[in-house]
Design a protein around this ligand. Structure first.
Ligand SMILES: Nc1cc(-c2ccc3ccn(Cc4ccccc4)c3c2)n[nH]1
Length: 241
């Protein structure tokens, strides 16, 4: 059965982009299921309160455990992995996306304010795997944008979602290096010419040139990725680049 994704948020409209374009069509074609739920549907008070002041003081508000507990009781099932975006999370990487693409059911809990009462995650972890994940070392206002990014990264790995599956394999991060530059017509644009090797038809030379571009770009922009390459990833020529 296709992967099912549910998102719980106080701003369901923030997740509308999941209904558009490539992802929207994949849902229409039954390649994955997406449900978006308004957290306030699980409130019982007239003000539909989802937040309260933090114990111990400090700025901002914290999301109430009771409301989240009831929402997750309804939305999560026996095959659910709960994913909670947070600045304090483990890094979400392409490897994480690959793992999530093999799951049966992902529930994304979108926090706002200063976050969700920690007991919600502690309680959920009694029944299901719970991942607190960060999409990068920058601070957002809530989890919704992080969920949009993660859902897109996961969905594109699902069979049939991308037009040309090959490009998912030659991912920026599949050989551990950054993608090099890309070019298309015209051959000269604002007096800038396409690198002649790409028009040579010599595919061995083209592949070597592209790999050299990837190595150079990775060395300059993400030297950390070069440290983490598996042994033997770089041949003698690579090292000379
Ligand atoms: N990678 C990443 C994730 C987030 C994120 C995710 C969920 C929430 C829920 C509330 N906030 C605001 C917040 C700001 C600072 C400290 C604590 C909470 C969130 C931020 N920011 N950056």
């Amino acid at each position: 059965p296709p992967l099912r994704i549910d998102v719980v948020t106080i701003f369901p409209e923030y997740l509308e982009p999941l209904r558009a374009a490539l992802l929207g069509r994949a849902v229409e074609r039954g390649l994955l299921g997406i449900g978006v739920h308004d957290l306030r549907d699980w409130t019982h008070d007239v003000h539909r309160a989802v937040d309260d002041a933090p114990y111990g003081g400090g700025p901002g508000m914290v999301m109430k455990p009771q409301v989240w507990g009831e929402a997750l009781d309804d939305v999560c099932g026996e095959h659910t992995r709960l994913v909670v975006p947070t600045p304090a999370g483990r890094p979400f990487t392409q490897q994480t996306a690959r793992e999530y693409a093999t799951e049966r059911h992902l529930v994304f809990a979108c926090g706002r304010y200063e976050g969700i009462d920690q007991r919600v995650l502690t309680d959920a972890a009694r029944r299901m795997p719970v991942d607190e994940v960060s999409i990068g070392d920058f601070v957002l206002v809530g989890g919704e944008v992080a969920v949009l990014a993660m859902v897109e990264a996961v969905a594109r790995l699902l069979p049939g979602v991308l037009g040309n599956p090959v490009s998912a394999e030659q991912d920026s991060f599949s050989d551990g290096l950054l993608e090099g530059p890309s070019y298309t017509r015209p051959e000269v644009w604002r007096d800038l010419a396409v690198p002649p090797v790409l028009r040579s038809g010599n595919h061995a030379r083209i592949d070597r040139w592209r790999r050299d571009e990837s190595l150079t770009r990775t060395f300059h922009r993400r030297p950390d990725l070069l440290e983490r390459l598996p042994e033997g990833s770089l041949d003698k020529h690579d090292r000379e680049v």
